[in-house]
Design a binder for this molecule. Sequence first.
Ligand SMILES: Nc1ncnc2c1ncn2[C@@H]1O[C@H](COP(=O)(O)OP(=O)(O)O)[C@@H](O)[C@H]1O
Ligand SMILES: [Mg+2]
Length: 347
Amino acid sequence: MADDGARGLEAVLAAEADEIERAAEAALRPRRLAEFVGQRVVRDQLSLVLDAAVARRRPPDHVLLSGPPGLGKTTLAMIIAGEVGAALRLTSGPAITHAGDLAAILSSLQENDVLFIDEIHRLARPAEEMLYLAMEDFRVDVVVGKGAGATAIPLSLPPFTVVGATTRAGLLPAPLRDRFGFTGHMDFYEVEDLERVLSRSARLLGIPLEEEAGHEIAGRSRGTPRIANRLLRRVQDWAQVRGTGVADVAAAHAALTVFEVDPRGLDRLDRAVLRTLCTRFAGGPVGLTSIAMAIGEEPETVETVAEPFLLREGFLSRTPRGRVATPAAWEHLGLPVPDSGPSRLFD
Ligand SMILES: Nc1ncnc2c1ncn2[C@@H]1O[C@H](COP(=O)(O)OP(=O)(O)O)[C@@H](O)[C@H]1O
Ligand SMILES: [Mg+2]
């Protein structure tokens, strides 16, 4: 039981889902664009791109989706394939360790397939080059033989669509970025949108969710549907085991307390970053790597998971000399704002 608790906690806070969470997520994924809540700008743009492709009877342009974890990039990739009636092939940057892996995937593509490449910024350089040639010319060079006798045989590919997802669009080299006809920038969700995500999920999970409880959970979900859904499932656990079976405000509060989600939705990682920045580095400026090392996390995790939300909420700012805590950060942690604060920090 104790183990379960620990796993549940990690699952709520983790950026990446484990097996159980993945299955739960799959069950809650919207299948069509019309079911996809919020992100109006990206949804409108995408709907235009897809409708045009369908009207022309051609596969849509390559699409790049960028934004923090849990905002719906994978969901949108699946929706794209669904909307144009194409088969979806899934892979990811880290899964492709050699250019040969990518050549094998590319040469097996069927006409109109959607190839989803998650974490595309983590593709190795040779694979990246092979990919943008394939995206542009629908051609891949398959190397046959080894050493001096090796020859590259050009193979032409049927028309297909690449959907790339990245938490760090800035890391994509320009030649690759330029091959995407459309880039959707996903942003954190408004509370009202998350309330809609939650009521949809509650319906699918078969749990009665009171409006006020939905509002409370939505407000503490870091603008992120994945987190909203996970919190809902923890509220459901609490309601069924200790409550009345209804996801009401009491259940929401109890579950949010158990899982250490604070009133502004900050989780343990967010608070660790802020606390380290304020207490250990006197509010900064300090480099991202120093913060990450001090809390025993990967710099990439701090940068892609915690930082975008802390920036948006105004707890942190980025300066050329490093990360700086804002007065709101000290206040949120219940610490006195240093006198030399804002003037020194923002000079
Ligand atoms: N706009 C949305 N409407 C409803 N549910 C969403 C939406 N975006 C994301 N979700 C839910 O959040 C979960 C995480 O989304 P996912 O597409 O895996 O995020 P990402 O790939 O950006 O990390 C999915 O299970 C999905 O159910
Ligand atoms: Mg994803």
